[in-house]
Every structure is written in structure tokens, then in C-alpha cells.
Write a protein that binds this ligand. Sequence first.
Ligand code: M6R
Length: 366
Amino acid sequence: EKGGYEHFMLKEIYEQPNVIKDTYRGRLSSTTGIIKMAGIEDNIEKFLQADRILIVACGTSWHAGLVAEYIIEEFTRIPVEVEYASEFRYRNPIVNQKDVVIAISQSGETADTLAAIKLAKEKGAFVFGVCNVVGSSISRETHAGAYTHAGPEIGVASTKAFTTQITVLTLIALRLAKAKGTLSKSDFFRYLNELELIPDKVQEALQTNDEVEKIAKIIKDTNNSLYLGRGYNFPVALEGALKLKEISYIHAEGYPAAEMKHGPIALIDEHMPVIVIAPKQGHYDKVVSNIQEIKSRSGKIIAVVTKGDTQVKALADHVIEIPETSDALSPLLTTIPLQLLSYHIAVLRGCNVDQPRNLAKSVTVE
Ligand code: M6R
């Protein structure tokens, strides 16, 4: 059942090229520019007339929501807010009939997310679900939705659900951008083409596995770690840190790289591994300055860079090279080595990777 892999988590990490493809296959044609998802087509006016989009989710799904915030705002210019479902449901949020709420959930059973949906519906919002489990409570409770096609995710640590959620949300952003004319024709088609290249590039990113395992051996005994990224890769830093803490029990914090100097920089010394996401596209020069700040305080730098990078390579203790893509799609690639890193560290520490202590696959209690 683990298909020859030692753990479900590793199997699911390696399934990502296929499940990302499964998630956009039949929904997108890069030659005609048609993007078809019934849940969106049937309700497109609701999205186009929305004052804003509110995203509610928990954990990794919340991180996918943050990536989607950057993508949807950039592509469609529709304002997006992302909230923890557990906060949203108890704070008497301002929601009305002109809001579209997107609930993201792998299991479709998360209690807080379900409660947030019910509240949003009571307040008259249109609620759209992005779920993985077909027929789940959230998929039934929402007005419409689009499934991720990740297949069953058994490992408690979410991996392929995250990348397929981002894939669906990118398709939605592109569909809305097409309707609104907020992307130039050339950018629109460029993104479609790039999305179709992602599965092969994820495959290539998976080839960093041996290198990542070596790095895992070097840092496995640390008690603390910091993950930094900017822009589209800030949520990836949060996700990388969550993955490490939940399966290896190492304290990890994710931060927007520029926030480091507002506090966390005080933590940096020669014992602190700092994992920096620094792809060429994006705020590269800014991230390079952040790396210099870490280096001058003797932090151990592990950087995820674009293939062929020289500048970060000269500064970092270890680099992990991934293929190039546009800034907006880069989370689908940068997240791969971070998943592998947490996996190997957890295995080396003898942790129960697929069923970490104190955690359940779906959190059906609040
Ligand atoms: O099933 P959901 O996507 O609603 O689950 C949300 C979180 O419980 C989940 O992502 C959790 O954070 C994972 N264990 C993270 O790997």
C-alpha cells in the first residue's frame, strides 16, 4: 500500500508530479486558453461581483490560502483576506452577501472550518469549497466547489494536498483574471504554459532528495530553526516550519525574511540553522541582503535557490537547487525540498513520521 516507500509521507511527496497534473488535467487548455471548472462556471458572476474574497482554513490549508491570496490579488485585483477558521468563527466577523468565502480543507471534516462555513452562510455569503475528500462534510456544506485530485492522503503531515490546493486556486485565479481582463494575454498564456511544465519541474525538484538527506544529517540534532521567505514564498516558509515541527518535534518558526530584523535576528548564532527560500524570480536581491545579515551573525544558511545560482551559493553553507519558474508558481517547487528536509530529519530522529504524537489526520473537534 505504501508502493515500496518506507512511509506514506514519502510516497505522497513523490506523487506530487502526478497529482498536480491530475488536478489541472481536463480543466485547462493552454492552446485555447479555456479553463473549465463547473463550480466556477456556474457561479462566475458571484466571483466577479464580489467586493472581496475571504479564505478560511486551518494548518497547511491555511498556508495554501496565503499563497492563494498573493496569486488571486496579483492576477485578478480582487481583494483577498485569509483567516484561521478558528478565529473567524468566534470574532463576529463582518461578512455580507457580496462576499465570496473560499474554504480550503484536505479532509473536508475540520470542525473549525466547517463552523466558519456555517457562519458565513448565515451571514449571506456565497461559500466555495476546495476539498480533497469527495463527499466530505465541507464539500456538502458549501454552495459549490472544486476538488483537488490528490487521491487519499494518509500521512498526517500534509504534502500533496498543499500543492494540489495551490494548483486549484491558481486555476481559479487564472479563470477570474481571464473574465476580468486583469492579466495581459501574453501573461495569461505564459502562466498556463508554465503550469503545464510544473509536474516535470516538481519531478526535477524531487531529485534533490539525496542532497537534502545529507543536509538533514548535518542539522538533525538542532533544537531550533528558522524558515524565511518573501512574497509568494513567505507562506512556504510557514509551511516548511510547520512540517518540521509536526513530524520531528524541532522548534521551527517561519517568518517573512524582512521581519527578521524586528526580533528573530536576536536568535541567530552559529547553532541556528536558517532555511532561506531564495529563488531567482521574486525579491531575490532583498533576500540576498537578508542572507548577508544572517551570515554576519554566523547563522547556518541552507538556501533553496534556482538552478545555476551563484550569488547565494557563495554565501550559504548549503544550497538546494530547483528549476526556474515564475514567481507566482514558485511555491509549487520551493516547497518540495522543505517537505523532504522535514521527512529526513524526522526519520533520522526516529520519529513516527506518518503518525506524529498528539496529532490526528482530521481534526474533527475544536
Ligand atoms: O483537512 P484540513 O486541510 O482541513 O486540515 C487542516 C489541518 O489540520 C492540517 O493541514 C494540519 O495542519 C496538517 N497536519 C499539516 O501538515
